[in-house]
Design a binder for this molecule. Structure first.
Ligand code: PDD
Length: 279
């Protein structure tokens, strides 16, 4: 596998970053995950725009223009013969002697990109089966709109879900669902799609933006507002969205079925529209 590190395309065994990298020492970095279907890169413009925003919120510049970034994405897809899979991108504030204060702005940023092969990404059996979700308290920091590499709590959440025999966890704050460990959360009640409004409490999903646009174009009702765990338990259906899962139905919450406990029609339709429009 060829990996991109700081201007070079190298075999993964030769891809190295400093032990003093602030991404490693302080989680002082941001990332993006972009999906590839049939060799086509999905929603690149959205990911590039969010990347620029995440960096700006942390007083970091874009290390290069979006066009140059896209060229790197394309070269990795070509060099690695990637058909279905993901492209991971990470930018950190670079390597500097350990100090909480940011280093000199001249410090070169660390830029890393690699690919992950996911054969049949769009045909995941989970789309037919549906996911089991547990609820956990949201114990992350307050700027979840910035896509930082500070992912320990989401990792813990995923392990809590595994231990409970579930696939993922929805995080709850003040009785309201924020989002999934690595995805945005939705319920459907009486035909209306309900998902939390944008703010600092959730990541502004690129898939979320696309799916809501498609839903409105298809004359489906959408409400962007927070919903409670009780509402989720009483919903007709539920689903998640992310670059790696597209639209994925949720059929169980904390051990109880949602609706009839099978993937719902709204999630199925949105998944189909999203995949049709993206390919
Ligand atoms: N996660 N919320 C959180 C907390 C996320 O980490 C993600 C993405 C999303 C969905 O955003 P998008 O639709 O832009 O992928 C929402 C990626 C896939 C990851 O960490 O692997």
């Amino acid at each position: 596998r060829t990996v991109y590190v700081n201007g070079e395309f190298v075999p993964e065994a030769d891809a190295k970053v400093s032990v003093f990298d602030r991404g490693f020492l302080f989680a002082d970095g941001v990332y993006e995950v972009t999906s590839v279907l049939g060799g086509k890169i999905l929603d690149f413009a959205g990911h590039a725009a969010r990347l620029e925003r995440s960096l700006a919120e942390l007083d970091m510049p874009m290390p290069m223009g979006a066009d140059e970034l896209l060229d790197i994405h394309r070269k990795l897809v070509a060099d690695n013969g990637l058909d279905d899979g993901l492209i991971y991108l990470q930018i950190t504030r670079g390597a500097a002697d350990r100090d909480f204060a940011y280093p000199d702005a001249q410090t070169p940023q660390t830029v890393v990109l690699f690919t992950q092969e996911k054969p049949g990404l769009a045909d995941a059996p989970m789309a037919k089966q549906g996911m089991k979700i547990i609820s956990i308290p949201d114990e992350r920091w307050g700027r979840r709109d910035i896509k930082t590499v500070q992912l320990l709590y989401p990792s813990m959440g995923k392990m809590m879900a595994k231990a409970a025999g579930a696939h993922d966890a929805w995080m709850v704050e003040d009785g309201h669902v924020t989002e999934g460990t690595s995805n945005n959360a939705y319920i459907v009640k009486d035909g209306t799609i309900i998902t939390r409004h944008l703010g600092n409490e959730i990541l502004h999903g690129i898939t979320r933006a696309a799916v809501l646009r498609f839903a409105r174009e298809a004359q489906m009702r959408v409400e962007e507002r927070s919903f409670t765990l009780e509402e989720a338990a009483a919903a007709d259906e539920a689903f998640i969205t992310s670059a790696s899962t597209f639209v994925m139905p949720v059929v169980e919450l904390d051990g109880a079925p949602i609706g009839d406990g099978t993937p719902g029609p709204v999630a199925a339709r949105l998944r189909e529209i999203y995949l049709d429009e993206s390919r």
